[in-house]
Design a protein around this ligand. Structure first.
Ligand SMILES: Nc1ncnc2c1ncn2[C@@H]1O[C@H](COP(=O)(O)OP(=O)(O)OP(=O)(O)O)[C@@H](O)[C@H]1O
Ligand SMILES: [Mg+2]
Length: 410
């Protein structure tokens, strides 16, 4: 239903979406996950024809977003991050206006208005001005306008943002209820929402796709990397935590052991292990070493941990690259300053000496191409250079500060 191939969006020098490809089948609900600034809204805007991609293609129901935007828009219901509501319009009036824009009219339009008001629980504010609605209600009206023309595809940018817990549940139910007939992409920061609502997850970070999988697969991936909490106690009142840690680390399959808490003769360790790790080995090792095993409990990684892990891995290599970029900029600037400084001081010194010589001897020197053309030219260039250096430096500092990449390489 939705096919995205190598889609890219560049805002000036900022690569907001970087060669993302994915597919969504008919009737699926897909969760679009990513930290702030990951590029979710930008991708959604490209899919809904609000923004043209810098490169790459996307098709919705077989229609290309660049070549057939009208066909695409007919089939899409879009709830933007900030619903575009006219504050001076009443709720029903606004829904009727949007419905007409989407090609509805007459009895069909009133039927759809009643239906969406019912589904989005906004029937009680039908006559109220949009400007006077609370944030949650505005969000619901935004959702209502997205589904008014019963579109094949729904693109919802944080549909539950600003709703109360009851409404969040109802909206999730509504979204689940719409699946099957509709294909839905929703962006969210709320991970349980993805677990409860979506079948497939697309995770992006800094404009790049980091994972696309089914919720079940991600969950089993989370379970694969298991983490276990073990409480070990010493029988005669004392326990050497270092030797317990050492013993636990020796067990096959254990990748990391860390001491979480140490109280009297009881220690709690967190143990990370690979898949197929048998917890029995752990229990046996503790008991056979003469310690008591007070507790052994699984702290399975949640989808949240997986998400954090995936988005952290991507970020890890970034600072080095930035520092290198900063260093190159400083190196270039230093070279620039040295070259122009050399020209400037050289020509200035030469000029001062010659002037003094001329004044002292009362003579004028013969016209010399080098002295009258090349030297003044070079000294002017160096003066311009002196203006350029602080200008470029300040520009670079401002840019680096704006993008949060401020680094001093010294
Ligand atoms: N109109 C714009 N002009 C310039 N840069 C933009 C514009 N819109 C977004 N960006 C930049 O593109 C990047 C991705 O932004 P986007 O809004 O798509 O993120 P997001 O994943 O939706 O984040 P959030 O979770 O905060 O809504 C950010 O670095 C942002 O600063
Ligand atoms: Mg966004």
């Amino acid at each position: 239903m939705i096919r995205v191939q190598e889609i890219t969006k560049k805002y000036a020098r900022n690569l907001a979406v970087d060669h993302i490809s994915f597919e969504v089948q008919k009737g699926e609900i897909v969760g679009f996950l990513g930290p702030n600034g990951a590029g979710k809204t930008t991708t959604m805007r490209m899919l809904t024809c609000f923004l043209p991609p810098t490169s790459g293609t996307a098709t919705v129901a077989g229609f290309d977003v660049l070549e057939q935007p009208l066909e695409v828009k007919k089939r899409i219901g879009y709830l933007p991050e900030m619903p575009p509501l006219y504050p001076e319009m009443g709720t029903a009036e606004y829904l009727s206006f949007v419905g007409k824009l989407k090609g509805l009219s007459g009895a069909e339009l009133s039927k759809r208005i009643d239906y969406v008001c019912e589904r989005c629980a906004i029937a009680d504010v039908k006559k109220k001005l949009l400007g006077r609605l609370s944030k949650g209600y505005r969000q619901r009206v935004g959702l209502a306008q997205a589904i008014i023309h019963n579109p094949d595809v729904l693109i919802l940018d944080e549909p539950t943002a600003g709703l109360d817990p009851k409404q969040i549940n109802e909206t999730r139910d509504l979204i689940r209820g719409l699946a099957g007939d509709h294909t839905i992409i929703l962006s969210t920061h709320i991970l349980p929402e993805v677990e409860q609502t979506c079948q497939q997850v697309i995770i992006i970070n800094k404009g790049k796709l980091v994972a696309t999988d089914t919720v079940q697969n991600l969950q089993s991936r989370a379970r694969g990397a298991e983490s276990v909490l073990v409480e070990v106690a010493g029988r005669n009142g004392n326990l050497n935590s270092a030797s317990v840690q050492h013993r636990l680390e020796q067990i096959a399959g254990v990748s990391r052991v860390s001491l979480k808490e140490s109280r009297d003769s009881r220690n709690i360790f967190e143990i990370e292990s690979q898949k197929n790790f048998v917890r029995g080995d752990l229990a046996r090792a503790v008991v056979e070493s003469g310690w008591d095993l007070n507790e052994l409990r699984s702290a399975a990684m949640s989808l949240e941990q997986i998400f954090l892990q995936l988005t952290r891995e991507e970020a890890a290599s970034e600072p080095e690259k930035l520092a290198a970029k900063g260093a190159i900029a400083y190196l270039l600037l230093t070279m620039f300053a040295v070259i122009f400084g050399f020209f400037f001081w050289n020509s200035l010194g030469y000029f001062v000496i010659r002037t003094m010589e001329a004044q002292m001897s009362g003579q004028t020197f013969p016209v010399n191409l080098n002295e009258y053309i090349i030297r003044p030219l070079l000294s002017n260039v160096s003066v311009i250079g002196l203006f350029f250096i602080p200008m470029i430096t300040m520009r670079l500092f401002a840019e680096e500060k704006r993008t949060g990449k401020f680094r001093v390489p010294l």
